[in-house]
Design a protein around this ligand. Structure first.
Ligand code: ADP
Ligand code: MG
Length: 214
C-alpha cells in the first residue's frame, strides 16, 4: 500500500431497491488515515452506502474498491475482514457484555487477536462506561450503552478501516465527544462516519452530503 492508495472508494455507484433509485452515481474516495463524514436527511441512502462498501448490497452499476481492489464475489470475504462495521441499531445477541465481546474471537480468523480482550475495560472507560458493565445482560442495556459496546467490540478486532453508522445518535454530549476525540487521535485508521451532527466530527478531512437520488 502506498500513500496514493484509496482505502475506500465508490465509483459512480447506483443502487435501486424494488425499482426505486436510492443512490444515483455516488462516488467517494478516502486515502489511508483520512476521515470522512457522510451526512444527509433520513432515507437518503447513507446506510446503503456503508452496506455497499461492505458488499452487503450489490450496486446495479458502478464499482466499490477497498485498498484499490474491486469488491467482487471472489474478493469480498478477504476485503470485508479489513473493515470494522458498527450498524445503526446494533444487535448484540444474547448473554452478558463480556460474552458479547468474546464472541468474534470464536472465529478462527480472529483467534490470534484474542488477547485484545484485555483492553475491553479500558475501551469501555474511554467511552464513559464502567467496567462493571461487562457482567450485565446485553439485552438490558440502553440504546447508548449498546452503541458503545458495539464500538468497543469493533475496536477489539483492531482493524484499519471503520464504517460507523450513526454510532453516537443515542449518546449524551460528553460520550459523543469522547467517541469523536478517540477517532481524531487514531491517525492511522481510515474512518467513514455517518452522522447527522457533522460538526461533531469537525476534524474530518471530508464532508460528503447526500441528498437522495431525486
Ligand atoms: P439513511 O441511512 O440515509 O436513512 P438508507 O440507506 O437506510 O437511508 O435507506 C435509503 C432508502 O432505501 C430508504 O427509502 C429505505 O427505505 C430504502 N431501503 C434501504 N434498504 C432497503 C432494502 N434492503 N430493501 C428495500 N428498500 C431499502
Ligand atoms: Mg441509516
Amino acid at each position: 500500500m502506498t500513500d496514493e492508495t484509496n482505502v475506500l472508494e465508490a465509483r459512480d455507484v447506483t443502487v435501486r431497491f424494488n425499482g426505486q433509485m436510492v443512490l444515483r452515481g455516488f462516488s467517494m474516495s478516502l486515502k489511508a488515515g483520512r476521515k470522512a463524514v457522510l451526512t444527509g436527511p433520513s432515507g437518503c441512502g447513507k446506510s446503503t452506502v456503508l452496506r455497499c462498501l461492505l458488499g452487503f448490497v450489490t450496486p446495479e452499476s458502478g464499482t466499490v474498491l477497498i485498498d484499490d481492489t474491486p469488491l467482487t464475489a471472489e474478493t469480498v470475504w478477504n476485503l470485508r475482514r479489513r473493515v470494522a462495521y458498527v450498524g445503526q441499531e446494533p444487535d448484540l445477541g444474547g448473554g452478558v457484555v463480556r460474552e458479547v465481546l468474546e464472541r468474534p474471537f470464536h472465529y478462527r480468523a480472529n483467534a490470534s487477536l484474542r488477547s485484545n480482550l484485555q483492553r475491553a475495560p479500558e475501551f469501555l472507560e474511554t467511552f464513559g462506561l464502567a467496567p462493571s458493565l461487562l457482567d450485565k445482560e446485553a439485552g438490558d442495556l440502553s440504546g447508548g450503552e449498546k452503541q458503545r459496546v458495539a464500538l468497543v467490540s469493533a475496536l477489539l478486532l483492531d482493524r484499519r478501516i471503520f464504517l460507523l453508522d450513526e454510532i453516537t445518535s443515542a449518546l449524551d454530549p460528553a460520550s459523543k465527544g469522547a467517541v469523536a476525540e478517540y477517532f481524531r487521535r487514531r491517525e492511522n485508521v481510515t474512518v467513514l462516519f455517518v452522522a447527522h451532527d457533522a460538526e461533531r466530527f469537525s476534524f474530518a478531512d471530508q464532508v460528503l452530503s447526500l441528498r437522495g437520488p431525486a
